[in-house]
Write a protein that binds this ligand. Structure first.
Ligand SMILES: [Zn+2]
Length: 256
């Protein structure tokens, strides 16, 4: 069963930028609104489409373990616009059903395929920030967030871009123990690595000193941390113990 993950955030909050640390061949990008990437570099495998059939077909055939559907709220908005002349509520049923089917189709993908749905935010009547749909009539049919175990909220505060992993003011949520902080760097590659370690999609490494599972950090995969600490300290260390070892090494040098 593939794993769907929802990332919500205003325009310019760093959702698309969060893809920057993926290698060109590591991520397939489905670009719903044909928007250019906000950073240099490009992905080898891309699809520009707002057509559900094309997207579901592409999801089954694309070669990567990580997939992003960027600006996915336009799947709802574009269908709504195309059917703007239709009177009645049937179109809201259809728009909701089509999006629901796409999320459910992730279940039929292989276990270690993670599909990230990136979408804009809206504030509801209770002041809660949530995934932007095409309005109340659709929200009555379907609660998008309910279909995801992990929902991250991209925000920028004082120039610092983060993902909220749990929150009262928005619909951000994540399984217990997946992330150690409520705010993490907006690094989708790190999120991807963390999910893979958490669900056992890749082998676990335990810290020699404290025995915790080594989790990735922004800019460093688990393998890089294992290789780096083994080279520097002769054993694999989590980043907390690596910083301690580094501080100890420094103080030893100074006292000598
Ligand atoms: Zn440790």
């Amino acid at each position: 069963m593939g794993c769907p993950v929802l990332i919500i955030g205003d325009s310019g909050s760093g959702k698309s930028t969060s893809m920057r640390n993926f290698g060109a061949d590591e991520l397939s990008l489905i670009n719903v609104n044909s928007k250019p990437l906000p950073f240099r570099g490009r992905f080898t495998n891309t699809l520009k489409s707002d057509n559900y059939d094309s997207i579901e077909k592409y999801l089954k055939t694309q070669p990567c373990k990580s997939v992003v559907i960027d600006d996915c709220q336009y799947l709802l908005a574009n269908e709504y616009m195309r059917r703007s002349k239709e009177i009645g509520f049937q179109k809201f049923n259809d728009i909701a059903t089509n999006f629901w089917k796409l999320i459910r189709s992730i279940e039929s993908l292989p276990d270690d395929v993670i599909v990230y749905f990136l979408g804009h935010t809206d504030t509801d009547d209770n002041g809660v920030i949530r995934f932007k749909t095409v309005g109340k009539l659709l929200n009555e049919k379907i609660t998008i967030e309910g279909m995801f175990t992990t929902v991250l909220h991209a925000t920028v505060i004082d120039g610092i871009y983060t993902f909220a992993t749990q929150s009262k003011n928005d619909t951000a949520k994540s399984p217990m123990g997946l992330f150690s902080e409520y705010q993490i760097p907006n690094d989708l590659k790190m999120v991807d690595e963390s999910i893979r370690v958490y669900y056992g999609f890749k082998p676990e490494h335990h810290c020699t000193d404290c025995d915790t599972i080594i989790m990735p950090e922004s800019g460093a995969t688990v393998e890089q941390i294992v290789d780096g600490t083994t080279a520097a300290y002769g054993r694999k260390l989590c980043m907390t113990c690596a910083r301690k070892a580094q501080a100890d090494a420094k103080s030893t040098t100074v006292s000598n």
